[in-house]
Design a protein around this ligand. Sequence first.
Ligand SMILES: Cc1cc2nc3c(=O)[nH]c(=O)nc-3n(C[C@H](O)[C@H](O)[C@H](O)COP(=O)(O)OP(=O)(O)OC[C@H]3O[C@@H](n4cnc5c(N)ncnc54)[C@H](O)[C@@H]3O)c2cc1C
Length: 306
Amino acid sequence: MSTAAATDTRPMRLFRARVSRITDLTPSFRRFTFTGDDLHEYGDPGYDQRIKVVFPRPGGSLDTMPTADDWYTPWREQDPDERHPFRTYTTRAVRNELREVDVDMVAHEVSGPASAWIRDAAPGDEVMLAAPTIHHGGARLGVDFVPPERTEKYLLVGDETAAPAIAVMLEQLPREARGVVVLEVPYEADAAYLPEHPGFHIEVAGRGDGERHAHLDRAAAEQAAALCPDGRGSDVEEVDVDSGLLWEVPRTAKGGAALKSAPLYAWVAGEAGAIKRIRRHLVREVGVDRRAVAFMGYWRLGRAEN
Ligand SMILES: Cc1cc2nc3c(=O)[nH]c(=O)nc-3n(C[C@H](O)[C@H](O)[C@H](O)COP(=O)(O)OP(=O)(O)OC[C@H]3O[C@@H](n4cnc5c(N)ncnc54)[C@H](O)[C@@H]3O)c2cc1C
């Protein structure tokens, strides 16, 4: 009989972690650095890699959170008033050797379990992170940034919830990459959040008291038209963002990019109503090739994630 400890090689799982540091980067972006005994096993497929963060109910213990591979099914069977809520976030940085993971969260008005936790959290507080492990084997689990191998220009468009993903892309894309970022953030001072990239022009605006998404709509349309002057518009089917999910990521059956090369690859994420408008404009009016554009409704104004 073998006495060797079984090695856990699951490609994804729940990690139990606690807050080790909280850093206010700008007025709206708050960095949570998590540490945990097994975070040396936390995977880092990169770019816009999404995770679920499970927040403990006030006064509750995460011991009641199901942790099997298929944790979602037993979680759904738990009493909705008793189970721990979770929301979707982006891995910002992983330091396996230090057993640390950074997640940057927008401190928006308190309207749900995540925003309440973001406001009140303190070092030592626990969460669970549903994320890939180092055994993901190159499968880009939860990664929706899938550009063609030869992409001449990138257009990255988002609101503040997409800023962590755009920040990772700017850090990880090669120095020779070229493109434009259009970003809308709550305040002018939040513009400092994004890192620089020598090949990217960054058009960021704080909305202040102005209308939400006005900058995003205008600047995304202008930049797309400049980057794709010869596009030919095509029809787009409408998505009801109040009942369905706006999530369109072109890829092959094996998960790769739908095209081998493209003059422009667009990645657009944020509030679903704004993303729907931008999607329609980019595909129908500007004529960006649908096979080279990813649209993701990250959240919906007036509607909780689950
Ligand atoms: C793939 C993906 C990656 C994401 N990555 C990040 C990330 O890295 N950092 C990050 O901060 N967010 C990120 N988000 C967005 C985040 O999941 C939502 O903002 C989340 O719904 C907040 O949860 P909540 O409990 O505060 O609100 P919910 O309970 O989900 O919603 C309650 C109310 O709050 C409103 N609301 C939700 N989010 C916001 C917001 N940002 N501003 C204003 N009102 C809001 C809703 O419209 C609703 O009316 C990501 C979402 C997805 C799908």
